[in-house]
Design a protein around this ligand. Structure first.
Ligand code: G3P
Length: 218
């Protein structure tokens, strides 16, 4: 499973990238707004830090406007992927962009049917939002499980990005169920590194080694 980070914060991206685990970045208008900077500048900076797909979202409602925005965003860097919302206009835009060789990530996916339509229209990625499904009492992980199964059985090229991840158990289940990619918030990346037995083990090794050190050596 590949790991993307779901943030527009440069420091967070740099830190997780330095761990050697990062395959790409996803942003959305809300994440960009938090940074309080010029949109295109943020995307340009991110696209130079991470050598992988960087999702940048259009905000228009109509197909032609989405395509125009997408074409502009795609000029920022060759690794910029265009995030298109899952609407009928969005599907039309995906078809046009795909024919032009511009890669797309269809976002705000909440059902298998939406994901299949986006894939058929030519999306390179689909982003089911698991946390937001959990929020309304639905089962986000079940959607990932079903999509992984369906896309595999039809040998679909579209990759599933599990998005709206809220905790480490989501990441664990994404790997178990076969998501192609998990886009993980910074806080969850940090939580993934931790286990109480790891820290207890380090402390014990250090304590036990004190006696060995007193015998010399380096
Ligand atoms: O980037 C899209 C998605 O990951 C948003 O997550 O936490 O706002 O539901 P969230």
């Amino acid at each position: 499973m590949k790991f993307f980070i779901d943030t527009a914060n440069i420091e967070e991206i740099k830190e997780i990238n330095s761990w050697g685990v990062l395959d790409g970045v996803t942003t959305n208008p809300s994440l960009i707004a938090k940074e309080n900077r010029v949109f295109e500048e943020v995307i340009a900076e991110i696209s130079q830090i991470v050598d992988g797909p960087i999702s940048s979202e259009v905000t228009a409602d109509l197909c032609d406007e989405m395509v125009a925005q997408a074409e502009q965003l795609a000029t920022i860097n060759k690794n910029v992927i265009i995030k298109i919302p899952m609407t009928i206009e969005g599907l039309k835009a995906v078809k046009i962009l795909s024919a032009k060789g511009i890669k797309t990530n269809v976002t705000l996916i909440f059902s298998v049917n939406q994901a299949i339509l986006a894939a058929k229209a030519g999306a390179d990625y689909v982003s089911p939002f698991i946390g937001r499904l959990d929020d309304i009492g639905s089962d986000g992980m079940e959607l990932i499980k079903e999509l992984a199964q369906i896309f595999k059985s039809y040998d679909m090229k579209t990759e599933v990005i599990a998005a709206s991840i809220r905790h480490t158990e989501h990441v664990h289940k994404c790997a178990l169920y076969g998501a192609d990619i998990a886009t993980v918030p910074y806080k969850v990346f940090k939580q993934m590194t931790k286990h109480p037995l790891t820290y207890a083990g380090i402390e014990r090794f250090k304590r036990d080694f004190e006696g060995v050190k007193s015998k010399g050596g380096f």
